[in-house]
Design a protein around this ligand. Structure first.
Ligand code: PLP
Length: 452
């Protein structure tokens, strides 16, 4: 029998991987996890500094989630929600999410991934505006460096070249405006407040240039994740929302990363004062243990959609596995654990340790900016600190530092030359110390190699 690595190289088509180099470098085989750590085939342990892909808020080995899945598997392993069928786990989860989300009279539509829920949001916006007799009001604005997924429509919203190059996206009706990264994008001498105002003015100009009657919605991650962990200036969203309101443009908050405590409040929308018309959640919803996502829709949007569906006869959208009973049961248990263990209180206590640790690394010669909020952050690596000069992308400094960190027993992710941190929310103070200590050693080594 072949080894896992041999079978992988022979048959597995890897996402987000250099397919030419993969057979030479080979896969990293992860066999198990416990707490904030995962273990490879040789038994080496790694602190998972990105909670998998911003997923496992409760870390690995949470027996209560295993039990919840097993119990539901025995009782009802599958049923769907089409044609008015329902089951207890999806119903209770919808009820719970509607009560938690900062969205009035919320309705919950389930799917299996962040991409699917964002894609669903796009379709709902179009469907609703047809219902309202506004068939021209269909354009959607996202931001440069945004990440909203990889389906045809959501890869179009995503503002990262790697997700668009070669894929014949973006589709039409999708527009991009500037992102709120003050450190990288502000003009010399511009205050954060003025920078935020400028971004809002740019958005208004874009809406006016396109015609307000053609612009339907604006998508935003409260903290941009895959774009490099970009935390907006304090007044940014107030100013943006004033523009959206003026031109009757819906706000969709993509909380796939920021949902369930990551930024310190239950939702990033609460941390940054967003009042979204729709919200998407995934990842932390089940702590990544099973695939499940949700689109949470304000009552006023639901009512418009309902009217349109009445005319057509049926709301013709849904995924076979959306609201899967086993995933929903695990999500309910996850939300119970967040409440019982006061995960928000824990994040409030522990977040300063991560944030101060990252700010301390700002002294390092390779680090241009340390940024973050709650238990999410990033270090931006630069060739010249004073001039904020980026490295030549061909040097792949971010990827090299992350590879070094892996040798030192920390798994992190580079977004260009920004290294992202988003450990499981259950991480302890001591484990944050180990995570940053191992990373520091890797950074020193990478620096030594770069200057030699
Ligand atoms: N939105 C955000 C903010 C994300 O970070 C991601 C994935 O990382 C997605 C959407 C897409 O989610 P999925 O990979 O589950 O389709």
């Amino acid at each position: 029998m072949s080894t896992t690595s041999e079978a992988d190289i022979a048959h597995l088509f890897h996402p987000y991987t250099n397919l030419v180099r993969h057979p030479e470098t080979g896969p990293m085989v992860i066999v198990r996890g416990q707490g904030v750590r995962v273990f490879d085939e040789a038994g080496k342990d790694y602190i998972e500094g990105l909670a998998g892909l911003w997923c496992t808020a409760l870390g690995w080995g949470e027996e209560r989630l295993v039990e919840a899945a097993a119990k539901q598997m025995r009782q009802l392993p599958f049923y769907h929600l089409f044609s008015s069928k329902t089951h207890e786990p999806a119903t209770r989860l919808a009820e719970r999410l509607a009560s938690m989300a900062p969205i009035p009279d919320a309705r919950v539509l389930f799917a299996c991934s962040g991409s699917e829920s964002n894609d669903t949001a796009i379709k709902l916006i179009w469907y609703r505006n047809n219902a309202l007799g506004k068939p021209e009001k269909k354009k959607i604005i996202a931001r440069e460096r945004a990440y909203h997924g990889v389906t045809v429509a959501t890869a179009s919203l995503t503002g990262l070249p790697v997700n668009q190059r070669g894929f014949d996206v973006p589709i039409d009706r999708i527009l991009h405006t500037g992102n709120p990264h003050y450190w990288r994008c502000a003009n010399p001498g511009e205050t954060e407040e003025n920078f935020a105002s400028r971004r809002a003015e740019e958005l208004e100009k874009l809406i006016l240039a396109e015609g307000p009657d053609t612009v339907a919605a604006f998508f935003a991650e409260p903290v941009m994740g895959a774009g490099g962990v970009i935390v907006p200036p304090a007044t940014y969203f107030d100013k943006i929302q004033a523009v959206l309101k003026k031109y009757d443009v819906l706000l969709v908050a993509d909380e796939v990363i920021t949902g369930f405590g990551r930024t310190g409040q239950m939702f990033g929308s609460q941390t940054f004062g967003l009042k979204p018309d729709m919200m998407t959640v995934a990842k932390g919803l089940s702590s990544g243990y099973l695939p499940i996502s949700a689109l949470i829709v304000a009552g006023h949007v639901y009512d418009d959609v309902k009217a349109q569906s009445g005319e057509i006869g049926v709301f013709g959208h849904g995924f076979t596995y959306g609201g899967h009973p086993v995933s929903a049961a695990v999500a309910l248990e996850t939300l119970d654990i967040y409440a019982e263990r006061d995960i928000l209180g824990h994040v409030a206590r522990i977040a300063p340790v991560l944030q101060q640790g990252l700010r301390a690394l700002q002294q390092h010669p390779l680090v241009g900016e340390a940024r973050g909020i709650g238990l999410i952050g990033a270090l931006e690596l630069v060739a010249d600190k004073e001039g904020r000069k980026a490295f030549d992308p061909k040097l792949a400094v971010g990827a090299r530092v992350v590879a070094k960190a892996q040798e030192h027993g920390v798994i992190l992710r580079a977004m260009g030359d920004a290294v992202a941190f988003a450990p499981p929310l259950i991480i302890s103070e001591d484990e944050i110390g180990q995570l940053l200590g191992r990373f520091r050693a890797a950074l020193d080594e990478a620096h030594g190699e770069l200057v030699s």
